[in-house]
Design a protein around this ligand. Sequence first.
Ligand code: C2E
Ligand code: MG
Ligand code: MG
Ligand code: MG
Length: 275
Amino acid sequence: RAKADGRGTYCVFDSRMDAVLKDQRELETELREAIANGEISLEFQPVYSVEDWSIVSAEALARWNHPTRGPISPETFIPLAEECGLIGELEAQVLQQACEAALQWPSHICVAVNLSPLQFHSGSLPSRVIDTLESTGFPPERLQMEVTESLLIQDVDRTFEQLEALRAHGIQVLLDDFGVGYSSLSYFQRFTFDRVKIDRSFVNEIDRSHTAKAIVEAIVRLGRKLQMGVVAEGVETEEQMHVLSAMGCTHLQGYFLSRPVNSKLVSRASLQNVA
Ligand code: C2E
Ligand code: MG
Ligand code: MG
Ligand code: MG
């Protein structure tokens, strides 16, 4: 279409592209500074056990409150950090902060961190994680690492080796956002995940869509058979909470139960019961 519109369109398009790229480069520089200045903070979203509605863990979610642009979503700055080689440093800070925060919680509550697939490229991830556990004094059994299926597309063997190393050290490994992207059931033949987290796109449709319900039921049954915990993420209504617990999900997470909160509130919330 640009062609048919003539030369002028190219110019407009070019200058728009220019503006987008310039903005991108600016944001990149600012992200680099934010990481260097320790301005990436964390919120924690509790995960509840269906058995007694207690908080069993909380997921660390990276936050960047930009001085002029305001809060920037991790859906924006995580991919940017991945593109410009900053993800290793960013996630090292996330892990460090997550361990330090969780040391202040009641000792039965685990902390989960999300892992970029790029972290597996160098092969040094397990030793870096173990170093952080040792320097912070955080028990490996209380750390959960969430990986997504996209990570399992490239370098499958190397990735599984590193996941095994983490697990051998006592760290729990969770499969995040299960059911979207490049889901392959064959991963379960190669690796024992401690838990699988059902993507919120299914969870959210569960009271409206037979298909979503059937998919969640199938994942729950699979989880049971393979002795994995099954976490439903993105629970937004009481109705969904009831349906999912009746279906046999072992854990629930979502805005209905709790939004992501600051670390101190995790301790406080753990003293109360949602039920
Ligand atoms: P995720 O790991 O699947 O985390 C869940 C996201 O869903 C979080 O968004 C959370 O706030 C949101 N959420 C939780 N409950 C509900 C709900 O009931 N309804 C809705 N609509 N949303 C809900 P957030 O914090 O914006 O993070 C988005 C994604 O960014 C995360 O998805 C994760 O993939 C990524 N992310 C965040 N921090 C990190 C990090 O340190 N490293 C990496 N690699 N990724 C991160
Ligand atoms: Mg996650
Ligand atoms: Mg998720
Ligand atoms: Mg997600």
